[in-house]
Design a protein around this ligand. Structure first.
Ligand SMILES: [Zn+2]
Ligand SMILES: [Zn+2]
Length: 355
């Protein structure tokens, strides 16, 4: 099998793989690198690519899809129905931060009718537990996990099949991940403050809202875009000004929307705490507040280091290609995988692996 790395290996963001023998591209995302050049933000263009499988709708997996003008898209209902919203959000982010973008292709994508094709019969997919509609896929001897969470409180993950080659989400590297009760502890400790939680519009935000309500921690304000995707019961109360309380706002890195407004208003302000629960790319406002009045408490949406090992034990691959983390930050996890007799591949972007 020949696999070409388009992005996302030994780095965060802009995930993309091309399975050359099958003519399929697995994800095609962007990196939220605010001072980045075009070649750092977008993945490499595939060599052929007849099909494009989108594992889920997050921009680091789907943000560059408009650049592939004539591929056959495979995606779940949840992913497909939100795709254009996410593309539009990325266009706005590029506009706001003066990022390079092939605007014609993006506009064209929004204007035209996008079709999907059914999954080819020989391929298998399953739910990956990361966000609603997120999937893993098995193509021939290859299993691609997409973003995967084996222990989500809200979303289901289907059992993984065995495969000779495993492309695996190692987003957390070796980082120790504390349980959700850690989040409630931090909130309780900071009750006298205005707690602002920047969140992606879809996925982690609904999980956290659900968790807070079940823990009887009532937010003061929840962004409409987060509520749109929330199936439980919550209604914003009328408030004036910005009183002390909890605010759930989108997006997660504060590069757009309500969370950017809150950044502009409250960055560095002493009575405000920014509570970051995911990845904060260097240079983004989320990264900036961590140097001021912000802290980071991971809300788990990817596999923990020990879950990575469990996944490898279940899949029993010969080769593992990690993505979503640098090799350095996942050093111990990758070493533990090799101890199982599995070869960890560390390709460069643009490299073609033949296994
Ligand atoms: Zn994701
Ligand atoms: Zn991702």
């Amino acid at each position: 099998m020949k696999i070409r790395i388009l992005g996302g290996v030994n780095e965060k963001g802009r995930v993309g793989f091309e399975v050359l023998d099958e003519g399929v591209v697995l994800d095609f995302g962007v990196k939220r690198k605010l001072n980045g050049k075009k070649e750092e933000i977008y993945p490499l263009m595939p060599l052929k690519g007849e099909y494009l499988l989108i594992s889920h709708v997050h921009t680091d997996h789907a943000g560059a899809v408009p650049l592939l003008e004539s591929v056959k898209i495979i995606a779940s209902d949840e992913t497909f129905s939100r795709l254009k919203d996410y593309i539009l959000e990325w266009m706005k982010t590029c506009d706001l931060w003066k990022l390079p973008i092939d605007a014609d292709k993006y506009r064209n994508f929004l204007e035209k009718n996008i079709d999907r094709v059914p999954l080819p019969k020989e391929w298998t997919i399953g739910e990956s537990g990361h966000v609603p509609g997120s999937i893993w896929i098995k193509i021939g001897e290859l299993l691609y996990t997409g973003d995967i969470n084996p222990s989500s409180a809200s979303f289901n993950m289907n059992l993984l099949p065995k495969a000779r080659i495993l492309i695996m989400d190692t987003a957390y590297g070796d980082e120790k991940i504390l349980g959700p009760e850690n989040l409630s502890k931090i909130i309780e400790k900071n009750r006298e403050k205005r707690i602002i939680m920047p969140l992606p519009p879809f996925g982690r935000s609904q999980e956290i809202l659900d968790f807070l309500l079940k823990s009887e921690i009532e937010p003061l304000y929840v962004d409409e875009v987060i509520l749109e995707n929330y199936k439980g019961r919550f209604k914003n109360k009328a408030i004036t000004g910005f009183p002390v309380g909890i605010y759930l706002v989108s997006d997660g890195m504060m590069t757009s929307g309500k969370s950017l407004e809150f950044f502009k208003k409250f960055a560095g302000e002493k009575k405000t705490l920014f509570l970051i629960t995911g990845h904060a790319e260097a240079g983004t406002p989320a990264h900036e507040v961590l140097k001021m009045n912000g802290i980071r408490v991971i809300w788990k949406v990817h596999p923990s280091p020990s879950e990575c090992i469990e996944i490898v034990k279940k899949v029993e691959p010969e080769f593992v290609i990690p993505f979503h983390s640098t090799f350095e930050s996942a050093k111990n996890t990758l070493r533990n995988i090799e101890k199982l007799g599995v070869k960890v591949l560390k390709p460069k972007i643009g490299e073609v692996i033949q296994v």
